[in-house]
Design a protein around this ligand. Structure first.
Ligand code: ADP
Ligand code: MG
Length: 317
């Protein structure tokens, strides 16, 4: 097997063929049909071995995570994912590894009806770069900038479990069932595409929580030129984080990262309708605070005191 038969066997033959792909893998560039009235959203995320995942992970999970974290960025913009390209750097040509990798890849793509439209295959230290393309109706994209004073701040799910999984090698006595659960959170993020239409209708700003809630909310506030006041008792902390890290639980939730939930703001005049709409869809989101004029983050402690919250999250450098 060489580079070209590899591409053909593991990537081209199994690709989903969406009607809007005029042509995909096989030419020097893919050709896509963008419907009138839609904006094209483009985002790239790289996963590097032993930084974002461990080399010893099942290749299925590596591919799965690589696709899902990209979909999460498209979800944060209130767009629908359509196409990806894949730049794959491999230390060796290992058919068993590639088989598992392509199974993980295609299972995600199938789940969200996304076509693999091209890529690049090179030799080097294991890394996966995916560029994802999504569509949203013109005028309905949600950005980080857009939050206004008085807007309510929401998160879409419980936080901290993925960070607990990363730390779990240093924590004694995690029961096997619990360990399985948190590793699943780390390896199989669930991007919140189910919130796309809700965000379009009700959100003034949104961001995905990949680096940690405090760091990412701070980015949203900076982009919007505002600050945030959070309520400590309202932060949704995953129950296993409370169980195994009772003292540091809040830290895990605020700055652990890798959760791939969304943080978004809703103007108060839309809040009632928003709550009815998510209820109808059977979804639950958590209100954690309010957008304020004063820049930076603050948090209302359980004793009633307000303290400054220093944004903390994952940073490569
Ligand atoms: P070029 O030499 O022009 O860079 P390649 O030989 O790298 O082209 O790729 C041939 C075709 O296979 C192209 O259409 C490219 O998009 C596609 N391709 C290469 N690597 C991958 C991959 N890992 N996944 C999907 N498509 C790929
Ligand atoms: Mg190439």
């Amino acid at each position: 097997m060489n580079e070209f038969s590899l591409i053909n066997h593991f990537f081209k033959q199994q690709a989903i063929e969406r009607e809007d792909v005029v042509f995909g893998i096989g030419d020097d560039a893919a050709c896509l049909a963008i419907p009138a009235g839609m904006h094209l959203l483009v985002s790239t995320d790289t996963l590097v071995a032993d930084v974002h995942f461990l080399s010893e992970w099942d290749a299925y999970d590596i591919a799965y995570k690589a696709v899902m974290v990209n979909i999460s960025d498209i979800a944060a913009m209130a767009a629908n994912p359509c196409w990806i390209s894949l730049a794959l750097t491999l230390p060796e040509l290992n058919p068993m590894w590639l088989k598992r990798f392509s199974e993980g890849l295609h299972s995600c793509l199938k789940k969200f009806n996304i076509s693999l439209i091209g890529g690049d295959t090179t030799r080097g230290p294991l890394s996966i770069t995916i560029t994802i393309h999504g569509l949203a109706p013109v005028g309905q994209v949600v950005r980080r900038a857009g939050a206004n004073i008085g807007d309510k701040i929401y998160v879409s799910g419980e936080l901290g479990a993925a960070a607990l999984a990363v730390a779990s090698c240093k924590i004694n006595k995690i029961e096997p069932v619990d360990k399985q659960l948190i590793l699943d959170k780390l390896k199989h993020p669930n991007p919140r595409i189910d919130l796309t239409t809700i965000l379009r209708q009700y959100a003034s700003a949104a961001i995905d929580i990949s680096d940690g809630l405090s760091a990412d909310l701070n980015h949203l506030c900076d982009a919007s030129g505002v600050g945030a006041k959070l309520d400590i008792s309202a932060i949704p902390i995953h129950q296993l984080v409370k169980k195994y890290q009772p003292i540091k639980a809040l830290d895990f939730a605020l700055s652990g990262g890798d959760d791939y939930e969304l943080c978004f703001t809703v103007p108060t005049k839309k809040e009632k309708e928003f709550l009815v709409a998510i209820n109808k869809l059977g979804l639950s989101c958590y209100v954690i605070g309010t957008i304020v004029g004063e820049r930076g983050l603050s948090i209302l402690e359980e004793n009633g005191e307000i303290s400054t919250l220093t944004p903390k999250g994952y940073s490569h450098f």
